[in-house]
Structures are given as C-alpha cells and as structure tokens.
Design a protein around this ligand. Structure first.
Ligand SMILES: C[S@@+](CC[C@H](N)C(=O)[O-])C[C@H]1O[C@@H](n2cnc3c(N)ncnc32)[C@H](O)[C@@H]1O
Length: 248
C-alpha cells in the first residue's frame, strides 16, 4: 500500500519550501534537460503522473497542449494544484499509481517527474501507460537515479584526502528503501537501471534518450551547492515512445 507521505503536515510544509516548489520548473536544475526531451506539445493530450502542485500541467498547456490530466496520491498536493490553476482544460484527480487504470489510447504524452521511485510495481504501471498512449505517443519521466537511491544517503564519508565520497550500497538488492527527508522513514523503491529500462522495452516502448543529469559549469557558478551533483548522479531522465506501427 502506498505511503502517501506528502499528506503528512510536516512533510508537506517542508516540501512546499523547496526552490522547485516556490519558483516552479525554473527552480529545478534538471528542467532544461527535461524540456529538451519533450515532444512538440501543440494539440497534445497529456497525462502527468504524480503532478504535485501542477507546475508541469500548467506549463504544457502554455505550450499549446490540448488537455492535461494531473494525477496524484496526495490530497494536499491536488488541493494546491487546483488552487493554483485556472484552466478548464486541466483536470486534477487523486489516484494511486500502484493501482492506476487509464483509458486506452487516450493520451499523446505521459509525463512524470520524480514520482516513480514511490511506486512499488513499476512494470505494471509502465504497461498501463503504454496502453493509454496512442502509436507515436511519448513517455518522458524522471526518477531518483538508482545509484543515488542505493547510496545510503545522506551518509557522506571522507576518503584519505578528506574528499567526500558517496558509497553505493546493495545496488543489486532491489526493493524498499527508507530515508529521512522532511519526515522519518520515507518509503521509496530502488530498482536497477536495467530493470527500469527493461520495463519500458518489455511493455513495447522504444527508448529515445537516457540522461543522467549533471549540472553545467554555468549552473554550478550560479548555485555552488550543485557541485555535489558531480559526485554521483541524482536524477535519471528517460524519454521513450510508442512505435508508429504498434497495435493500439
Ligand atoms: C517529488 S514530488 C514531485 C511532484 C511533481 N511531479 C513535481 O515535479 O513538482 C512526488 C509526487 O508523487 C506523488 N506520489 C507519491 N506516491 C504516489 C503514488 N503511489 N501515486 C500517485 N502519486 C504519488 C506525491 O504525492 C508527490 O506529489
């Protein structure tokens, strides 16, 4: 059963103050890399899985998307998304991605940011998404990188030169990971890189691009704390699509 930590008042209050939630997409250093992976949006029907405050839903509509369905487990996130959105072509619904059902061939783009590591059965979800997309439909998502997830963060250790290193523990052991981030024992699911990508291939997707986000030198000059992201990849960005010849 999904944990729904985003409805915990203390977690929600801490999470709401992250730069990416205060400033929106421009506050997320990986956003330029995600944007480069997105298809042309004009007239597209979009589903945003784990939509949070609805930043991406509003942005894709601004790019000409025909409609957006934003789904999220958390009532607090959905309430905030609804409060911040004045657009009848965007609908927000509470839904658990672990048990999600979607209409078949109803969307041109499935998008998700930093949510799938909370989902227990990723392969099932990917099959649902594949069926919900039309042929040539796109699937673009980000997750916590499995190397970041496997590292028992936030345990920095120093090597002999005093340089911080980031250990990766139990990478091959998939399944539950607990972290303390705005709350004790936040539940996430670790999957190897191959498991994530093979779930897409097995569901009939063709993989378009895979990025292991690292900040640019300009981003580090602007925000020096981002240099930590050079030590290990924190985010994995993937774009995939349904082949034109695929059966619906
Ligand atoms: C890190 S936030 C990302 C929100 C948004 N995509 C963004 O980038 O701003 C993760 C979101 O996933 C949602 N979430 C977690 N587990 C979920 C599940 N099982 N089903 C649906 N949404 C879930 C949370 O409520 C939260 O809104």
């Amino acid at each position: 059963m999904a944990q729904n930590i985003y409805d915990d008042p203390d977690f929600f209050s801490g999470y709401s103050q992250l730069p990416r939630q205060v400033q929106g997409l421009e506050g997320a250093p990986e956003w330029p890399a995600i944007r480069a992976m997105l298809p042309e949006l004009s007239g597209k029907r979009v589903v945003d899985l784990g939509c949070g405050f609805g930043w991406a839903a509003r942005w894709v509509r601004g790019q000409g998307a025909a409609s957006v369905l934003g789904l999220d487990l958390s009532q607090k996130m959905i309430e905030r998304a609804r409060a911040d959105t004045v657009d009848s072509a965007i609908e927000y619904r509470i839904a658990d991605l672990d048990t999600l059902a979607l209409p078949e061939a109803a969307f041109d783009l499935a998008y998700s940011a930093l949510t799938f590591h909370y989902v227990q059965d990723f392969a099932r979800l990917v099959r649902v998404i594949r069926k919900a997309l039309v042929p040539t439909g796109h699937f673009v998502f980000t997750i916590e990188h499995p190397i970041f997830m496997a590292a028992a963060h936030p345990h920095w250790i120093s090597d002999e030169d005093g340089r911080k290193t980031w250990p990766v523990n139990g990478y091959a052991i998939e399944g539950e990971r607990r972290t303390n981030w705005f709350a004790e024992g936040v539940l996430k699911y670790h999957r190897r890189l191959g498991t994530t990508l093979n779930a897409l291939i097995d569901a009939g997707f063709q993989i378009g691009r895979v990025e292991e986000f690292a900040p640019t030198p300009e981003q580090i000059t602007q925000t020096p704390q981002l240099s930590e992201e050079l030590e290990r990849p924190m985010m994995l960005l993937v774009s995939a699509f349904v082949p034109a010849s695929a059966p619906t």
